[in-house]
Design a protein around this ligand. Structure first.
Ligand code: BTN
Length: 282
């Protein structure tokens, strides 16, 4: 992969004051346990904003909630970004949604029935096409760095998945019938991420980032169960608000703005959003 060094400070600004592109330095590994762990270690040693670690194969890829992520050799995209955002820690979690929006925009022209499943996944139809795992390190009360790890099922085929996953995951190849160039896809994603990251930094969630999420939400109108630590909320998924929270309307019409959690769709058919609650709750 091409790699060009641009002189900049730790927050990713060049000497001329512009934010350097994500991917200003790319480390390409044949095999690694997890690109997130590799990028984390480099960030601890001072790696700068915009570094990307990509691997042909992960032997210990990690997903959210302690799950594992399969990356068979040479077939799919597995990479991690090092970010040093000048954002307070509470504004960092929405960066996963920014990454989802960037991934969605870089793939939606090629992949039909693509949607964003709040908070971290891309779906094609009813199957998972990509997942995002973001991890943050604090320095006192400040954000030190964030690692955004992304796995996209690109060229794998049905036999590459273990039987228990075959009905729930899908690759781009399975979706459209042809293979894809991994380098091209990565480059496309990186410029898309740069674009959406800037929008988020300048305008926050409100505006174009929120609009893409709302218009392409997999969960909208579905009946969901969301586990939040020891509690569970059930209701109809509504929009995503200007803070990146999923609005869930329970059976009494009460709106619950959910900051983070794992949403499971219930097999009860789809529900219309209730008319007696608006989107500005919370
Ligand atoms: C999820 O769906 O739970 C998130 C999956 C994230 C997988 C990516 S692959 C690249 C990076 N390295 C990892 O170990 N995990 C992320």
């Amino acid at each position: 992969m091409a790699s060009a060094e641009i002189p900049m400070n730790d927050s990713g600004y060049s000497l001329s004051g512009e934010l350097c592109p994500i991917g200003n330095r790319i480390i390409h590994l044949k095999s690694v346990a997890s690109t997130n762990d590799y990028a984390w270690n480099l960030a601890c040693e001072g790696a700068k904003h915009g570094l990307v670690v990509v691997a042909d194969q992960q032997t210990g890829g990690r997903g959210r909630l302690g799950r594992s992520w399969l990356s068979p050799p040479g077939m799919n995209l597995a990479f991690s970004l090092v970010l040093r955002p000048s954002l307070p820690p509470q504004d960092v979690p929405p960066l996963s949604l920014v990454a989802a929006v960037a991934l969605f925009s870089s793939l939606s022209a090629e992949i039909p029935r693509l949607s964003i499943k709040w908070p971290n996944d891309l779906y094609c139809g009813d199957r998972k096409l990509a997942g995002i795992l973001s991890e943050m390190k604090l320095c006192g009360r400040e954000t030190d760095f964030v690692i955004v790890g992304i796995g996209v099922n690109v060229n794998s085929q049905v036999d590459d998945w273990p039987p228990e996953l075959r009905s729930t995951v899908v690759s781009m190849r399975q979706a459209v019938g042809n293979t894809f160039d991994l380098r091209e896809l990565l480059q496309k994603f990186l410029s898309s991420f740069h674009f959406w990251y800037e929008r988020y930094r300048i305008h926050g969630f409100h505006g174009p980032v929120q609009q893409i999420l709302v218009e392409n939400s997999y969960l909208f109108g579905k009946w969901v169960t969301i586990a939040i630590n020891s509690r569970t909320i059930q209701g109809s998924a509504g929009n995503i608000d200007e803070y990146g929270r999923l609005l869930v309307y329970d059976d009494r019409g009460i709106c619950w703005p959910v900051v983070a959690g794992e949403a499971t769709v219930m097999e009860m058919g789809n529900f219309e959003k209730r008319g007696d609650a608006d989107d500005s709750c919370g």
